[in-house]
Design a protein around this ligand. Structure first.
Ligand code: NIG
Ligand code: FE
Length: 417
């Protein structure tokens, strides 16, 4: 019999395909449909999923050139991390010690610390050193199961340095087997040279847009008290739309600035944070088509008392996703496994909901829902083998890396043994 597949993964005790009948992100009870096949197998050809089914059916499909025995363990799609700020210099553990003593995040930002201190360090850093640092971070993400990652600029805040960060993201594509999805976040905060002229900085951001157009897929704005208000956000989004950018938005992290309404109005692909959202905005968000990206690492790290209303969002029909928000100030974690644990513990998601939110819905949050996020024929063979017997153990055994193998486009790119 001829070889049907380049590679097969056999003996998958629980194979979570995340396959769904409907296109688009999962909502409400759709979030718990994991497409689970007990004792399943996967056939892979030319880096893509060629066949998925029960192990007993596998031999009828022919043989594979190479086989991997998953040993009866849990197999699922690679995690998609749809919100990170992974390109920066320095770290801010000293500031965290202050936050632990009760100094608020926005107060640190207002006195020139926070994002602004990372901007200073990042402006001083070379393209080469930023690339090496980010490569190291992405290597760790990959080892924890992330195979697609959105990365924002936003620690440059002038054209030269924003372009430098976007170039780093471009370089990472060649250096780490992760798909980076670039986002322009020139509107991360007002840089100190514009502190008394915020509107002039908004003009600057708008002027940067044509220059970064080919380098970023999305344009994002930190719509927040102390960053960009609703009017400034609107000006930037209008310009970004007319330059052809798809839109993402930071909204409701510390306060409600009407970000959800703007996200709906501008057809954002995702609206992220949502700790502060009014009940009447939830149906609007659900109808808008945007994915609501929740960031439990931030609530945990900043010890927020005010959590996003995750259950109400699900019940309102908002398709939720999960992300690390990896950054040096509010969420220095690289691991989507940790995020799944926190989402279950703090936001009361079930294990199944959290897994859908970290895979298929996260893929939709970066406009890649037709390419990654589930194990379906024709999609990229981005696959994780976890050293677990049941998927419910993923959030339960916390603080350890469960990855046994990571496959990117059908190639083993990480193996624990
Ligand atoms: O998503 N919200 C803005 N940006 C990050 C924080 C960045 C920083 O503190 O350096 C966030 O929380
Ligand atoms: Fe962020």
């Amino acid at each position: 019999m001829p070889f049907a597949f380049d590679l097969a993964i056999l003996n998958c005790g629980e194979l979570l395909t995340l396959a769904g009948e409907r296109r688009g992100p999962r909502r409400r009870s759709g979030l718990i449909e994991l497409g689970l096949i007990q004792n399943g197998a996967i056939g892979i050809s030319r880096g893509k999923i060629a066949w998925v089914g029960a192990q007993r059916e596998y031999r009828r499909q022919g043989r594979a050139r190479r086989e991997i025995d998953a040993g009866g363990k849990v197999v699922l799609p690679g995690f998609v991390d749809p919100h990170t700020h992974a390109v920066f210099a320095g770290s801010r553990e000293g500031e965290w010690a202050e936050k632990l003593r009760g100094v608020p995040y926005l107060e640190i930002l207002q006195r020139g610390g926070g994002i602004l201190s990372t901007v200073e360090a990042t402006r001083d850093a070379s393209l080469k050193s930023l690339t090496e640092t980010a490569e190291h971070f992405l290597g760790q993400m990959l080892a924890c199961g992330t195979t697609t990652v959105e990365i924002k600029s936003g620690y440059g805040l002038d054209l030269k340095n924003e372009v430098k960060i976007l170039k780093v993201i471009e370089q990472l594509k060649k250096r780490v087997p992760i798909d980076p999805v670039p986002t322009f976040l020139g509107a991360h905060t007002i840089p100190k040279e514009y502190s008394d002229r915020p509107e002039a900085y908004v003009d600057q951001v708008i002027e940067m847009l044509p220059a970064v157009r080919g380098r970023a897929r999305f344009c994002d704005v930190f719509c927040e008290e102390g960053a960009f208000n609703a009017d400034q956000t609107r000006r930037i989004l209008e310009a970004a739309k007319s330059e052809g950018f798809a839109i993402k938005l930071h909204a409701g992290e510390f306060s409600d600035q009407e970000g959800v309404r703007l996200a709906a109005e501008f057809g954002a692909v995702s609206v992220d944070h949502l700790d502060h959202i009014r009940p009447e905005e939830m149906p609007l968000l659900a109808q808008s088509g945007a994915v609501g990206v929740l960031l439990p690492g931030v609530s945990h790290f900043l010890m927020s008392k005010h959590l996003p209303p995750a259950r109400a969002l699900i019940e309102a029909g908002v398709p939720i996703a999960l992300a690390t928000d990896f950054n040096p100030g509010s969420s220095p974690t690289l691991s989507m496994q940790e995020i799944i644990h926190l989402a279950v513990r703090d936001f009361k998601l079930s294990a199944a909901e959290a897994i859908s939110a970290a895979t298929i819905n996260a893929a939709h949050a970066v406009g890649m829902g037709e390419v990654v996020g589930s194990l379906e024929v024709g999609k990229q063979a981005d696959i994780l083998i976890l050293d677990l017997e049941r998927y419910e153990q993923l959030p339960y055994f916390f603080g350890v890396n469960h990855l046994e193998k990571v496959l990117k486009k059908g190639k083993v790119v990480y193996s624990s043994c």
